[in-house]
Write a protein that binds this ligand. Structure first.
Ligand SMILES: NC(=O)c1ccc[n+]([C@@H]2O[C@H](COP(=O)([O-])OP(=O)(O)OC[C@H]3O[C@@H](n4cnc5c(N)ncnc54)[C@H](OP(=O)(O)O)[C@@H]3O)[C@@H](O)[C@H]2O)c1
Length: 302
């Protein structure tokens, strides 16, 4: 029998949630993983494939009535949320999950924050971060001990979704000061830190981790070293120019997801959401991958 209390993971079929489940199981912790009704057998298999035991799958949706969702939480004492979605998931769904966790008798809640320092931002800086701060306000009276895990930006996002690197053109484009330090962490390392926090009874408050703290100039060097490719570093404009570009794009579309990558970049390149300190040293067993090694392992040959 495991010496660890059981952990419930919502968002277990997602990019980060699946890795959190694996990291918990690797530590020997028993896990109840939420899968939504209708989840494909393939998705379920990818969750259970590496689980030697200690993993239960439970079917539920975090918007289910709290009584019903409490049954899914069962005897887990820590609830981790790694869900992604709109305000109905991030604000209302997570508030419902907190109520369900309370009803089930859980003690701790780790919300789906996993970003740069959202405590330092203002409304309007980034609409997806606004929802996370609204979620924090909604659970303010909860008797659960809430521990927020922050990781800066995923390596996977910086080398992909952000659209900074154009392998075909051979360019790496950025806004703002190329020497502004940025907090970056891979998805597996964020999951490893989250598992460590979940299994650490003394963890409390907001904990901040980074696999690398590097400027855009150092990011450019690391991507070149890891990929073996030479990329021209292109400066697109100042942080104020970026703010103006976000305003310009916002006026052209009703879909804020069209410019959310720019909002994430603005929060980073201004230094506004930069971590003031790191908590990596609490968990010396987690040895984060360098960005160079990450790029070496993930960049296809050209
Ligand atoms: N710092 C960064 O650079 C960065 C980058 C990306 C993400 N993140 C953060 O990491 C967290 C997880 O993101 P992700 O990219 O791993 O998300 P993802 O891959 O899109 O997965 C989202 C998960 O949420 C589940 N979900 C959505 N609505 C649900 C509901 N109503 N009930 C139950 N489950 C629901 C999905 O289930 P289904 O599979 O059934 O749809 C899936 O398991 C988020 O907080 C996100 O903001 C951070």
């Amino acid at each position: 029998m495991s010496s660890f209390p059981k952990v419930f993971v919502a968002g277990a079929t997602g990019l980060l949630g699946g890795q959190i489940v694996r990291a918990l199981l690797d530590q020997g912790a028993p896990v109840r993983a939420l899968v939504r009704p209708g989840t494909s057998e393939e998705k379920k298999r990818s969750l259970t494939a590496r689980a030697a035991g200690g993993l239960e799958l439970v079917e539920a949706d975090i918007t289910d009535p709290a009584e019903q969702l409490a049954e899914a939480v069962g005897d887990a004492t820590t609830v981790i949320s790694a869900v992604q979605g709109g305000p109905e998931v991030i604000v209302d769904g997570q508030a419902n999950l907190v109520r369900a966790a309370e009803k089930a008798g859980a003690r701790r809640f780790i919300p789906s924050d996993f970003a740069f320092d959202l405590t330092k931002l203002d409304d309007g800086d980034n609409f997806m971060i606004d929802w996370r701060r609204q979620a924090a306000a909604a659970r303010a009276g909860s008797r659960l001990d809430v521990v927020s895990v922050l990781n800066g930006a995923f390596y996977e996002v910086m080398t992909g979704f952000m659209g900074l690197i154009d392998w075909q053109q051979g360019t790496l484009s950025h806004w703002g000061d190329p020497d502004q330090p940025l907090d970056l962490t891979s998805v597996p390392d964020t999951a490893a830190y989250t598992a460590a926090v979940a299994l650490d009874p003394s963890a409390t408050g907001t904990l901040r981790f980074a696999g690398e703290v590097m400027s855009m100039r150092q990011f450019h060097d690391a991507v070149q070293r890891g990929s073996g490719r030479s990329l021209e570093l292109r400066h697109l404009g100042t942080a104020d120019d970026l703010r103006a570009e976000i305003t310009r794009q916002a006026a052209l579309t009703h879909n804020p997801f069209d410019y959310v990558a720019l909002q994430y970049q603005w929060c980073m390149v201004t230094g506004k959401a930069k971590f003031d300190s790191l908590d990596n040293a609490r968990y010396p067993n987690v040895t984060p991958q360098s960005l160079t090694d990450f790029v070496r392992a993930t960049t296809p040959a050209h």
